[in-house]
Ligand binder design. Structure first.
Ligand code: BG6
Length: 474
């Protein structure tokens, strides 16, 4: 073991359009579902992404700072409605030019762009037609992706179709705290299925271009599922939790088919699965991804479901310190989340468990062989403020990142095909529903200052050193 990753490893940080761009009604951009939601009375906390980190105007500064921080890659997303503002399909040149400028700026510093086509924000007009739940979503998404491939081609070497289908579908259609605020297990299943098909149809479009220097993948958030007791009941709960959290995404996008035990279990749970069409399954079987993006924050602990756990739901913590209930899932008759209270938790009730990145990478190797993997997000949520010396001393984030990164380096050294790591997030930004108090950035943003002043945190400098010390040939 040499404690270093290969010389061409990608080291960077990540963000998403709605969370960092701002400029919500500038440059010919159309309305997204998040613009619509945040401007409605359903937005109880009142925070919006109208300005966010103002990346739309300050991208040059942010890209320069990332480069100066030793990063050789950046992950960001394209806002669908900046490219196609309305239903007519007419391309918004100003939007295209904005992203071309961003890409050029990356090139200037030798930064490899890793670009997500959909990170939670879909057009408002499509949302009004039923959004992800309407099967036309898949075709509309593929049309938009085709435009992006035409416009940017090989300027983008790493294309991600969709960010975190599971988390997005669960929050939007099960818990219902994300737009369109629906709570229905039947809708959750339909939406998940349509998103998989949207991904598959986007991959079909991508392959038509025969790019030599661009690849396509998807970003999933794998929560490696573990159990605290090794009994047959716990192992059944573990498998069912793995189906619910991971395998219904990773199997179809990598192997081209849903797990054999998934549909029978859904039917047993009263789900009407008539939305599954043979022609879709045939198409899915022909698509494959070039790489898998894995967002990695924590693991999931599962235990057998009990009557008193109640109905299927996901309980997020969007309150932060002070919320009593820990983050977790109940899937009726499948599993319920378990918790190991001996481990540290962040203020939002999420377990910090660095070894999960190693377990996850080993699990992928076991289940899917040597598919290239990028850790597309990993980060530590904190309440933060500028200290008296004008700096941000985020030692907790440094300890968190070191824990996860040391396990990542070990997995790479032991033969896992992990090719990159992205800290979430490049700068502080909007956190869905939580607003701006929950910070993840390597760079602090003073939201009170007129020019949204950027201040690199201690973790920004620490990350730069870590990259140097842990890359072959550096
Ligand atoms: C991931 C998302 O689920 O987690 C990001 O891809 C998100 O968009 C990040 O911001 C952290 O989640 P949250 O809710 O704490 O901001």
């Amino acid at each position: 073991m040499n404690n270093k990753v290969k010389h061409d490893f990608l080291w960077g940080s990540a963000s998403a359009a709605y969370q960092c761009e701002g400029g919500w009604n500038e440059g010919g951009k159309g309305l997204s579902n998040w613009d619509q939601f945040c401007h409605s009375e359903k937005n109880k906390k009142g925070f919006t992404g109208d300005v966010a980190a103002d990346f739309y105007h300050r991208y040059k500064e942010d890209i320069r700072m990332a480069a100066e921080g030793g990063q050789n890659t950046l992950r960001f997303s394209i806002s669908w409605t900046r490219i196609l503002p309305d239903q007519s399909g007419k391309v918004n040149e100003e939007g295209v030019n904005f992203y071309k400028d961003v890409l050029l700026e990356c090139k200037k510093y030798g930064i490899t762009p890793n670009v997500t086509l959909l990170h939670y924000d879909i057009p408002a007009w499509l949302e009004d037609m039923g959004g992800y739940r309407n099967p036309i979503f898949a075709d509309e998404f593929a049309k938009y992706c085709k435009v992006v491939f035409e416009q940017f081609g090989e300027l983008i070497p790493l294309y991600v179709t969709i960010n975190e289908i599971t988390h997005n579908a669960i929050c939007s259609y099960l818990t219902g705290h994300y737009p369109p605020n629906i709570h229905s297990t039947q809708a959750l299943c339909e939406v998940g299925y349509n998103m998989i098909m949207a991904h598959a149809k986007a991959v079909v479009e991508f392959r038509k271009f025969n790019f030599k220097n661009s690849q396509v993948g998807i970003v999933h958030t794998t929560n490696t599922v573990q159990i605290l007791k090794d009994t047959p009941e716990y192992r059944i709960a573990q498998r069912r939790c793995d189906l619910f959290k991971n395998k219904w995404i990773t199997d179809p996008v990598i192997l081209g088919k849903f797990p054999d035990d998934l549909l029978p279990l859904l039917k047993e749970s009263g789900i009407d699965t008539s939305f599954v069409k043979q022609e879709d399954l045939d198409l899915l079987a022909t698509t494959h991804i070039d790489f898998l993006g894995q967002n990695c924050y924590t693991r999931t602990l599962a235990r057998p479901y009990r009557e008193e756990d109640g109905e299927t739901n996901y309980y997020p913590n969007n309150v932060g310190a002070g919320q009593k209930r820990l983050e977790g899932y109940v899937v009726k008759n499948w599993f319920t989340s378990d918790h190991d209270l001996n481990n540290p938790m962040n203020a939002w009730g999420r377990e910090e468990y660095p070894k999960t990145v190693y377990d996850m990478l080993m699990g992928i190797k076991k289940d899917y062989g040597d598919i290239p993997v990028y850790i597309t997000e990993n980060g530590c949520a904190m309440y933060e403020k500028v200290e008296e010396d004008g700096k941000i001393h985020d030692q907790r984030r440094i300890d968190f990142m070191k824990g996860y990164l040391d396990w990542l380096v070990k997995a790479e050294n032991e033969g896992c095909n992990v090719k990159g790591y992205y800290a979430w997030s490049t700068t502080d930004c909007y956190s869905w529903i939580n607003g701006y108090e929950k910070r993840y950035g390597l760079v602090y943003i003073d939201y009170e200052s007129e020019d949204l002043k950027r201040i690199p945190k201690d973790s920004y400098y620490w990350f730069k050193d870590y990259i140097k010390e842990h890359t072959e040939g550096e």
